[in-house]
Design a protein around this ligand. Structure first.
Ligand code: 13P
Length: 257
């Protein structure tokens, strides 16, 4: 079954709302209708930017998906500093990154909170981009597959098969994030295939064939084509190289390389 590739820019804590608007506008000028036909593109801006970029994306009918980087799992309540899924849905956010390794490492996210967030995002009609990935120590100890498998099983626990099918999983080896060190295309393929087999055993063949799996970690215009050439790599979650529109557009246009 053909899966539409999805390439997502995770801006992390970069770009104020003026810079965000400019970046989205430039990206829009660089991308053609053919690009949008071939690849789904989302940008995950800081919360303070989302309303601004929503306005330009919708008024200019841009085909760029509006993403967020995180959310809480409750609809509302006394959770100072948090943002609720319905608030994002109201801004026409389509995709929410859940369980990024930086949130797990720096902000105490666990597989349990990831699972709650995944369900909350789906309940509000948005698509979770569920992140997983191992540390260098875990890889060197031969524990990469079991780590990622556990994150997927627990992160998606209790989610309906048709919801898993519509979700995105991002495999981001922690040692490749922001280091300039990319996993080889073979390593990325091997882990993405493993993730798909875990989804198959938990949720069945339809979910496994439909779920899209991104690779993330030092993705650049120079390595994207080889990564996308792997049968189980359906897209990329791009950090640093998504901040600048020309570079991100070159990644989205990997078919032309
Ligand atoms: P880099 O592309 O900067 O390595 O970041 C990857 C990432 O963490 C995307 O979520």
């Amino acid at each position: 079954m053909a899966r539409t590739p999805i390439i997502s820019g995770n801006w992390k804590m970069h770009h104020n709302h003026f810079e965000a608007i400019q970046t989205v506008q430039k990206l829009h000028y660089r991308l053609t209708d053919d690009d949008h036909e071939a690849v789904e593109v989302t940008v995950h801006a800081p919360f303070t930017d989302i309303r601004s970029i929503q306005t330009v994306i919708e008024s200019d009918k841009m085909k760029i998906g509006i993403g967020a980087q995180n959310c809480h799992w409750e609809d509302k309540g006394a959770f100072t500093g948090e943002v609720a899924p319905p608030m994002l849905a109201k801004l026409n956010v389509s995709h929410v990154i859940v369980g990024h390794s930086e949130r797990r490492e720096l902000f105490g996210e666990t597989d349990e909170t990831v699972n709650k967030k995944v369900k909350a995002v789906l309940t509000h009609g948005m698509t979770p981009i569920v992140c997983c990935g191992e540390t260098l120590d875990e890889r060197e100890a031969g524990a990469a597959e079991s780590k990622v498998e556990g994150q997927i099983r627990e992160g998606l626990s209790g989610v309906l098969g048709n919801h898993v099918a519509a979700s995105v999983i991002a495999y981001e080896p922690i040692w490749a994030i922001g280091t300039g060190r990319t996993a080889t295309a073979e390593d990325a393929q091997a882990m993405c295939a493993h993730i798909r087999s875990v989804v198959r055993s938990e949720f069945g063949g339809d979910a496994a064939n439909a779920v899209r799996i991104q690779y993330g970690g030092s993705v650049k215009p120079g390595n994207i084509a080889e990564l996308m050439g792997q049968p189980d790599v359906d897209g990329a979650l791009v950090g640093g190289a998504s901040l600048e529109a020309d570079e991100f557009a070159a990644i989205v246009q990997y078919r032309n390389h």
